[in-house]
Design a protein around this ligand. Structure first.
Ligand SMILES: Cc1cc2nc3c(=O)[nH]c(=O)nc-3n(C[C@H](O)[C@H](O)[C@H](O)COP(=O)(O)OP(=O)(O)OC[C@H]3O[C@@H](n4cnc5c(N)ncnc54)[C@H](O)[C@@H]3O)c2cc1C
Length: 358
């Protein structure tokens, strides 16, 4: 049962269920991403005797390539809501949790085309008003077999995060994929700048993973050369999620990926060598492609309402429409892009055509 699966994780990591939150390290959370898929103690398995060819014929264009084997795999996540079983729960900080959901079969391959996200669905009562949908972009690299991971930050009185953090191993959750109007393609832009706050890093990690780690090529088959930069804003240095991964990628791809952090206030001012405070024009000048209309660069922004407002002038009322109370999130997730650019980016002369807000 659920207990067995939980103990499997505990035995493997030496973790006990009553964990000591002070020992958790959000920067080091990457170590959980490459762990083996937990045993499918809850997933219901069919006996599928289909051959690879039969499977390819049945799936047609809907299939995705398994990057390791080059074989066609079933598209395990579609635009229709489907149930996924929670396989493992890993606490990252006192209010951030990594949830590992199992794809229907061990051979299913995780793949989401950037930029798209998962949308979680929950029905909390009898009426349509009791249906909740919220976006969560997995941190999993395309081509991963058998599961995907979402990192969820619990919000005070948050409706969906209350549901997600209350799940037990073996419970199911409905997800579908939703594509944004903006798609990332290798060499479509010379440079892509990204501004993220808190868990808003997840859509950016999808772009970074695809650009640097998926072996992306453009239509002429040339490897991706796009220069990527991420300005990642957090409360303190202790709040920076997956810092180890970002720092490593910057070292591995010094010509292609530039990583900078800003925090509201350092816990230890002597050792902090990133930016401090809300986003400024200076930070943007140093980390982002300059304002331009040539279509060769773009800036992506994702984060809390306050950051979207401060950085790009997205009205706070838009944020509340997208995520507050039990209201539905629109299917076409582009409300944030209807307003003109304001805030720091607006003041610096960036125009709507160069800025995309998630
Ligand atoms: C593209 C995209 C990707 C995302 N990826 C992730 C991800 O990977 N991980 C993640 O954790 N989040 C992610 N998010 C955010 C996520 O979609 C949710 O918005 C978030 O989890 C909060 O949902 P909730 O239902 O728990 O909170 P909500 O119920 O929507 O509430 C959010 C906050 O607003 C407050 N609030 C609610 N109603 C009101 C009101 N009327 N007036 C004032 N305050 C109110 C609540 O108390 C709470 O603190 C992403 C968002 C986008 C747009």
């Amino acid at each position: 049962g659920g207990v067995a699966a939980f103990q499997w994780g505990a035995a493997e990591s030496g973790r006990v269920s009553a964990f000591d939150a002070s020992t958790l390290d959000p920067a080091d959370a990457e170590k959980w991403l490459d762990r083996p898929r937990p045993p499918p103690s809850h997933a219901v398995r069919g006996t599928n005797t289909e051959t690879e060819e039969e499977r390819a014929r049945r799936l047609g264009a809907a299939g995705v390539r398994d990057q390791a084997t080059g074989k066609l795999a079933r598209r395990a996540i579609t635009g229709k809501f489907q149930k996924y079983t929670l396989g493992e729960i890993i606490p990252i900080t006192h209010d951030v949790t990594l949830l590992r959901f199992l794809l229907p079969s061990d051979d299913d391959v995780f793949s989401l085309r950037p930029c798209s996200t998962l949308q979680a669905f929950a029905k909390l009562g009898q009426t349509a008003m009791d249906e909740v949908m919220r976006f969560y972009t997995p941190v999993t690299v395309n081509g991963t077999k058998g599961y995907f991971d979402v990192i969820v930050k619990r919000k005070q009185n948050g409706v969906m995060t209350g549901v997600l953090t209350g799940l037990h191993v073996g419970d199911t959750m409905m997800f579908r994929s939703v594509a944004f109007k903006l798609t990332y393609e290798a060499n479509r832009w010379d440079s892509v700048g990204m501004i993220a706050g808190g868990t808003g890093f997840t859509p950016m990690l999808q772009v970074i993973n695809h650009g640097l780690r998926d072996g992306a090529v453009d239509r002429q088959g040339r490897p991706d050369k796009t220069k990527l930069s991420l300005l990642y804003c957090n409360r303190t240095e202790r709040h920076i999620l997956l810092r180890g991964l970002f720092d490593r990628l910057q070292k591995e791809y010094p010509d292609r990926f530039k990583m900078r952090y800003s925090i509201d206030a350092p816990i230890n001012p002597e050792t902090w060598n990133g930016y401090t405070g809300y986003i400024t024009e200076e930070m943007v000048r140093e980390t982002m492609p300059p304002p331009s209309r040539d279509g060769k660069s773009v800036i992506l922004v994702c984060g809390p309402d306050q950051l979207l407002y401060h950085a790009a002038g997205v009205p706070l009322s838009v944020g509340h429409t997208l995520s507050s109370g039990k209201r539905l999130q629109p299917t076409a997730p582009d409300l944030t892009n209807l307003s003109d650019i304001g805030g720091v980016l607006g003041k610096m002369g960036y125009e709507a055509s160069q800025v995309y807000k998630f």
